[in-house]
Design a protein. Structure first.
Ligand SMILES: Nc1nc2c(c(=O)[nH]1)N(C=O)[C@@H](CNc1ccc(C(=O)N[C@@H](CCC(=O)O)C(=O)O)cc1)CN2
Ligand SMILES: Nc1nc2c(ncn2[C@@H]2O[C@H](COP(=O)(O)OP(=O)(O)OP(=O)(O)O)[C@@H](O)[C@H]2O)c(=O)[nH]1
Ligand SMILES: [Mg+2]
Length: 430
């Protein structure tokens, strides 16, 4: 096993930088750079030296976590040094000159932690989510899964399936007539009923949880000049989109990511909907109509009270714009992006709808499509196992496939390609 190292902190000007090391060469590297081995799990203030030249590289903190009690499960160390680019480069360059040491691949620290049982796949993914979390609700969700909430549930369900499978297999071994179900179905059901009900409940909450990860998508729609870009800028409190009196100004979709009461909501400014003569504008309109299909909500903007057109299959809130010039018809939510009037009411409306769609997503378990589809497979297999008049062989096969599906969530079975996909998306140093 090679010893790996990487900068664990971000690029750019910062006061402190952390360089992480993991693997069998950690002790020797620490001694060579820090002049000795620090007491385990205690920060030591040391002068780091380039072992080849004896030249000081920085004064910093060195920490040694002997394996297996470390984040990777291997011997692990950190140099916490000054954040300057030259300091970081100097230490990294000196490390890469050491035999047996090499720079880490993206996600390689987490992957070693996974290989050594420090975390399962659901936890590793959630750590990546935690790094990406933009709002409080997203952070809570990621932190619960990173803490092992899904892992424990899935392991519990899987244990039940394996226990039930053992019953069936014992019966298979004893009976010479495998087609007669000698196994006590009531006993099987007693083992499987609770996990089965819990899986169905978890599946029901999965869409809310996935939404929480991805954010609630709101499209701002309307005819050209309705005031869509002006609204986006007002919501983002920044000049993101070009505003002009010329109809057809916006062609590309422009996003603003907002945090509404801790929930992630993305607003998208769009090209005004009309039968455009201009080719570029028409492409813009086509893209909008395509994306609306995946949206959670559409705001239909109009100053003149024109009814929504070209939009179907998505919930619509009608927003009357330019309140300083014209009044809002009844049934419309009136705003004036110029003065800010009505924006709070609009945000409240959106936030209420977002809450309704992902309200309890923060406490849900299945936060990815990968989790949801695996549990759906497992639940269907348990259903099938409990069907009346099943042959033992088939019950056993159902239970095996249920256990296998769950094993995929935690990374216990056939997951090499999943592992590559998951860990390679991590940043280097994670
Ligand atoms: N400086 C620094 N801060 C960091 C990290 C890091 O690697 N370095 N982390 C990087 O992700 C997170 C902390 N993750 C950690 C995970 C496990 C252990 C650890 O020592 N585990 C041992 C002992 C556990 C215990 O004492 O309870 C073990 O699991 O056996 C340490 C940090 C967040 N903050
Ligand atoms: N008086 C007034 N003018 C507004 C208001 N909101 C937008 N406008 C004006 O309406 C015109 C069009 O605004 P935009 O925000 O660019 O409209 P749009 O819907 O994005 O237009 P397209 O991108 O062409 O589809 C600009 O001249 C804005 O200054 C408002 O609340 N009051
Ligand atoms: Mg516009």
């Amino acid at each position: 096993m090679e010893t790996i190292f990487a900068l664990g902190t971000g690029a750019g000007r910062a006061a402190i930088a952390v360089i992480r090391l993991s693997g069998p060469g950690v002790c020797e590297t620490l001694s060579a750079f820090a002049g000795g081995l620090p007491e385990p799990r205690r920060a030591a203030f040391v002068t780091l030296r380039d072992p080849d030249k004896g030249e000081p590289l920085d004064q910093g903190l060195a920490i040694y976590f002997p394996g297996p009690h470390s984040a990777t499960g291997e011997d692990y160390a950190e140099f916490q040094i000054h954040g300057g680019g030259a300091v970081i480069d100097g230490v990294l360059a000196a490390l890469s000159r050491r035999p047996g040491l090499r720079p880490a691949e993206p996600g390689e620290f987490a992957r070693r932690g996974f290989a050594n049982g420090k975390l399962d796949l659901s936890q590793a993914e959630a750590l990546a989510d935690l790094i990406d979390a933009q709002t409080e609700a997203q952070r809570r969700q990621a932190l619960r899964i990173a803490g092992g909430a899904l892992r424990r549930k899935v392991e519990g369900w899987r244990t039940s399936f394996i226990e039930a499978l053992a019953l069936v297999e014992a019966e298979l071994d004893f009976s010479d007539e495998a087609d007669v179900s000698g196994v006590d179905i009531a006993r099987l059901a007693a083992i499987l009923d609770v996990p089965h009900a819990e899986m169905l409940a978890a599946l029901e909450r999965a869409p809310a949880a996935e939404r929480m990860r991805d954010g609630f998508l709101v499209m701002i729609l309307g005819r050209p000049n309705a005031g869509k870009s002006t609204l986006l800028n007002a919501l983002a409190r920044r000049d993101l989109a070009i505003v002009s009196a010329t109809p057809g100004t916006t062609r590309d979709m422009i996003e603003a990511h907002l945090d509404l009461d801790g929930l992630p909501v993305t607003f998208v400014d769009t090209a005004g909907l009309r039968d455009a003569a201009d080719e570029i504008e028409r492409i813009g309109v086509d893209r909008v109509l395509e994306r609306v299909e995946t949206a959670d909500l559409a705001l239909w903007l109009s100053a003149a009270g024109e009814e929504p057109e070209c939009v179907s299959g998505v919930e619509i809130v009608k927003v009357a714009t330019k309140g300083d010039l014209v009044g809002a018809p009844s049934g419309w939510l009136g705003i004036c992006a110029k003065t800010g009037a009505g924006l709070d009411a609009l945000l409240k409306e959106v936030s209420d709808r977002a809450k309704a769609k992902m309200g309890d997503g923060g406490s849900a378990l299945l936060i990815r499509e990968r989790h949801r589809s695996a549990v759906a497979v497992a639940a269907a297999a348990v259903d099938s196992a409990l069907a009346p008049d099943k042959e033992l062989e088939f019950i056993a096969e159902d239970l095996r496939s249920a256990a296998r599906a769950l094993g995929r969530i935690i990374g216990a079975v056939d997951v090499e390609h999943v592992l590559d996909a998951v860990f390679s998306r991590f940043c280097i140093g994670k």
